[in-house]
Ligand binder design. Structure first.
Ligand code: NDP
Ligand code: 2IT
Length: 444
């Protein structure tokens, strides 16, 4: 059995109840065969893959808080410090009822490679809680965030581990957590990114993941002789990533015709009204029915359905495994040319293979959504030098980073004999830097 297969089998035995983690590990390990097989003995002897897929540290903790009625509630908190070979742990915090160890470990594993691809000195980490911010008052969210940080602050720091946002964690939550960190430690430092602009946040961080997704998508299409302008784009989600992906796609001349949340979806053939979407989602924190009520061209449907809409480009920007094989078949039947992942692992393993087999240009989240964490690293740089860069400066750096990521993964795919397989190219390019750093630092 090859070393890569041995390690996957070992992972399956150890993590049988963690399907998302196994899914993420399988995709990475399959790609790495192209690199590992030629030097199997060397990698096996230093157990490099076992070390790579085993988190350096896993922190699990209780988060007690009181709701507005005086009832005490308890949630589970997580921080997985996965790999610090190339820099301090870096990665978001997710607050969603589905959060468990499998989800946080899959996200942490992906983050190692993503952060490496940015070219910036950041290791991989991820965290969160099975807390559901939906329907909670601001005061409840604040008390939860304070309790969460009261424990988490023991394990993080600007040179150790720098969390940020993810699903359910945006500017409001980061603000409450930052306030509590500062209150407990007495330190005003860049321990979180995605902060407000009045207390150390970076311009363009809010937009970065969605904008970065479009910068990479645009470059990838251009290199394949396709012009994004005039194309029809289908986007899922209506949160931070989806909103700014929609905005940038429109700025680049494409027409975005869908949006969705966890209860329903919108088809808007005249193109999504971003200002209205922001008002409904960022300000009112309401459902998409409110968007439909205010826009006559929009059709609202309950449940799931954006992938049934005919499009040239599909950008899944909601959550893991939201695009399955049936969805992939509908998209291919409708002539989709490219799929780029704004979310983390939104496409199932089978759907990814189907796209690749049907010659759809496909870029996975590790590369396509790396603009968020890259801009977080730029926020860390600004905090360290106690300066704030202009929007244009950050945005220009983000564009350069996304264009470079595409070329690095495209080159890696060509070099390892799988030209056009952008998934393998990204995994290989991300891996090589981390593996070299791990090797140089000895058995730690
Ligand atoms: P938000 O919380 O801002 O938005 C999430 C969106 O996805 C909402 O529209 C939400 O709907 C929908 N959604 C979440 N969970 C589900 C579910 N189980 N089923 C259906 N819809 C769901 O999160 P982000 O926009 O920040 O994150 C979206 C994706 O992008 C995630 O995969 C995240 O890991 C990834 N990502 C985020 C980055 C960032 O900088 N924020 C960076 C890189 C990747 P509803 O409101 O109804 O819950
Ligand atoms: O998945 C991700 O890359 C994020 N949620 C952003 C992480 C970060 O540290 O900005």
């Amino acid at each position: 059995m090859s070393y890569v297969d041995e390690v996957y089998q070992y992972l399956e035995e150890k993590n049988a109840s963690q399907p998302e983690f196994l899914q993420a590990a399988k995709e990475v390990l399959e790609s790495l065969k192209l690199v590992i097989d030629a030097h199997e003995d060397e990698y096996r002897k230093s157990a490099l893959l076992e070390r790579l897929v085993t988190p350096e540290r896993q922190i699990l903790f209780r988060v007690p808080w009181m709701d507005d009625s005086g009832q005490v509630r308890v949630n589970n908190g997580f921080r997985i410090q996965f790999n610090s070979a190339i820099g301090p742990y870096k990665g978001g915090l997710r607050f969603h009822p589905s959060v468990n160890l499998s989800i946080i470990k899959f996200l942490g594993l992906e983050q190692i490679f993503k952060n490496s691809l940015t070219g910036l000195p950041i290791g991989g980490g991820k965290g969160g809680a099975d807390f559901d911010p939906h329907g909670k008052s601001d005061a409840e969210v604040m008390r939860f965030c304070q309790s969460f940080m009261t424990e988490l602050c023991k394990y993080i720091g600007p040179n150790e581990d720098v969390p940020a946002g993810d699903i359910g964690v945006g500017g409001r939550e980061i603000g409450y957590m930052y306030g509590q960190y500062k209150r407990i430690t007495g330190r005003y430092e860049g321990v979180l990114t995605g902060k407000g602009l009045t207390f150390g946040g970076s311009l363009a961080r809010t937009e970065a993941t969605g904008y970065g997704l479009l910068y990479l998508t645009n470059e990838m299409l251009k290199c394949n002789g396709i012009d994004l302008a005039g194309k029809t784009v289908v986007i899922s989600g209506s949160g931070n990533v989806a909103i700014y992906a929609t905005q940038k796609a429109q700025q680049l001349g494409a027409k975005v015709v869908t949006s969705c949340d966890s209860t329903g979806w919108i088809y808007d053939p005249e193109g999504i009204d971003v200002a209205l979407l922001k008002e409904v989602k960022e300000v009112k924190r309401a459902r998409l029915t409110e968007y439909a009520a205010k826009r006559s061209s929009a059709q609202y449907h309950e449940g799931k359905g954006v992938w049934s809409v005919k499009c040239d480009v599909a950008l899944p920007c909601a959550t893991q495994n939201e695009l399955d094989l049936e969805d992939a078949k509908m998209l291919v039947n409708n002539g989709v040319k490219a799929v780029c992942e704004g979310a983390n692992m939104p496409t199932t393993y089978e759907a990814t293979k189907y796209f690749q087999d049907n010659k759809v240009l496909f870029v996975g989240g590790k590369a396509a959504n790396a603009g968020g964490v890259a801009t977080s690293a730029l926020e860390m740089s600004q905090n360290s030098e106690r300066l704030a860069w202009t929007f244009e400066e950050v945005d220009q750096k983000l564009q350069n980073i996304m264009v470079n990521i595409f070329h690095n993964l495209d080159d890696a795919a060509k070099e390892y004999g799988c030209a056009g397989n952008y998934v393998a190219g990204a995994n290989i390019a991300g891996f090589l830097k981390v593996a070299a750093a791990m090797k140089a630092q000895g058995i730690v």
